[in-house]
Design a protein around this ligand. Structure first.
Ligand code: FHN
Length: 435
């Protein structure tokens, strides 16, 4: 089925699995990246975290190596989040990492390390800036100074803010080499589309980085996905839909029936920015199974790993990433370049994914009683069935009962139709080759 994405950007769909990193001043506070807003914190109250910011354990290689070894194919770092603090040496503000005790351009080091590990590289950029004097405060429903009488009659120059914001995007897309993804975040209420001068912004970005993949958050998705699913999307509709902590129930299509790429963004626990009290780390098994579910519906997962205030990934994150990597090293063929299995219903035991016209993968989460049914696949269609983990052949059952169901092939995961535990209790993968 035709994908609604430029061929130069197919790598994004093929990658299926990426790393998100939220890092900034808030990481040293440990109460999430919205702490200024959630605690109505003034710039002055936030300033000590700027003045003391020095993530002594930061090592871009640790981030990139962990992503690569977990089987992630792309990585996206917050160059600037809503607090306006820049992790790069912006010439348009003093509110930047090179003016803190850390003193270095962290974005530059991150990009160098990510490219060294052959990761596609992306930057997250906040359209919102709670530090800039010309960003709305009193009437804005997210700003830390919302409703603060001191700002009731604020006199802001929105055009000046747009010039500033566009200039910052331009320095990112011109001074840090080829970027593969720009992750704009986020539009809301009337702060959407042409309010950001989005068409001009997109034209500028595309001029400097013609193959860059862009998310759909330059416009609000409102009750849907934004204009990306329309017959004539806006110039800033983006290349993919970005659901957050929600997996679509089925593949997303545009009004013409083309598959629209999407990427679930979620975190390894329940926090984007570091929070030491958030110990609800998702297991490798949970993440892998959700990744398979997303792929079966034409989606990617962008998994956020929050570095702590010293700049390192903590042990809990590293252990989960390592276990994911172990599984991906054996089963990556059933993840990368996979998508929905055309014409096959979801089987009861897990999911089908499809790589090409001759290759389908069965992702078995729940083991069968005796032989495993492959619903929707007649044995006459199949040339071979193998276990991906060890490339061992799986026998097609020729029992009289199995043969009674012509639209279903039964395979023997164990000899003599025995019922045994799955050889891989995360996701036991079979490669099914079709004629
Ligand atoms: O407000 C941000 C939030 O802090 C975080 O960056 C997420 C990640 O997708 N995006 C926005 C909320 O949708």
């Amino acid at each position: 089925m035709k994908q609604k994405i430029h061929p130069n950007k197919q790598w994004f769909i093929d990658s299926r699995f990426g790393m998100f990193i939220h890092f900034g001043l808030y990481s040293s506070i440990g109460r999430g990246e919205w702490v200024r807003s959630s605690e109505l914190m003034t710039i002055e109250a936030y300033q000590p975290y700027f003045d003391s910011f020095n993530p002594r354990a930061f090592d871009a290689e640790q981030w990139a190596k962990a992503a690569s070894e977990a089987g992630m194919k792309y990585i996206i770092l917050t160059a600037k989040h809503h607090d306006g603090f820049c992790l790069y040496d912006s010439k348009y503000t003093d509110y930047k990492i090179t003016n803190t005790p850390f003193g270095r351009d962290l974005v530059a080091e991150y990009l160098e390390a990510a490219r060294k590990y052959n990761l596609k590289v992306g930057l997250y950029f906040s359209l919102i800036d709670w530090y800039h004097p010309d960003f709305p405060k009193y009437a804005d429903r997210h700003h830390p100074m919302r409703g603060n009488e001191a700002y009731r009659d604020e006199d802001i120059d929105w055009e000046n803010y747009l010039t500033f914001m566009h200039n910052q995007v331009e320095e990112l897309v011109t001074q840090y080499g080829e970027l593969d993804i720009m992750w704009f975040d986020f539009s809301y209420d009337d702060m959407s589309g042409e309010k950001w001068d989005a068409e001009k912004l997109m034209n500028m970005v595309s001029q400097h980085q013609p193959n860059i993949v862009i998310d759909n958050r330059l416009e609000t998705s409102g009750e849907g996905f934004g204009s990306i699913v329309d017959a004539e999307p806006t110039s800033y509709a983006g290349d993919y839909i970005s659901p957050e902590h929600i997996i679509p129930p089925y593949p997303i299509k545009d009004v013409n029936g083309n598959l629209v790429p999407w990427e679930l963004c979620t975190s390894i626990n329940n926090s984007w920015g570091y929070d030491p009290t958030d110990c609800s780390y998702k297991s490798a098994k949970f993440i892998i199974r959700k990744l398979v579910e997303c792929i079966s519906k034409n989606g990617n997962i962008l998994l956020n790993i929050p570095p702590d205030g010293t700049g390192k990934f903590n042990t809990q994150s590293l252990e989960v990433l390592s276990e994911i990597g172990d599984w991906m090293s054996l089963n990556g063929d059933a993840i990368y370049e996979n998508g929905p299995a055309i014409g096959l219903e979801k089987p009861e035991w897990g999911y089908y994914t499809q790589k090409d016209d001759q290759t389908i993968y069965a992702h078995i989460f729940d083991g069968p009683l005796g032989v495993l049914p492959l619903p929707g696949l007649a044995s006459s269609q199949i040339t071979s069935v193998k276990r991906v983990m060890d490339n061992s052949v799986v026998k097609i059952s020729d029992s009289w009962t199995a043969l009674a169901f012509p639209d279903t092939t039964f395979v023997e995961l164990h000899n003599n139709h025995a019922t045994e535990a799955l050889a891989d209790d995360i996701d036991m993968v079979l490669e099914i080759k079709l004629k």
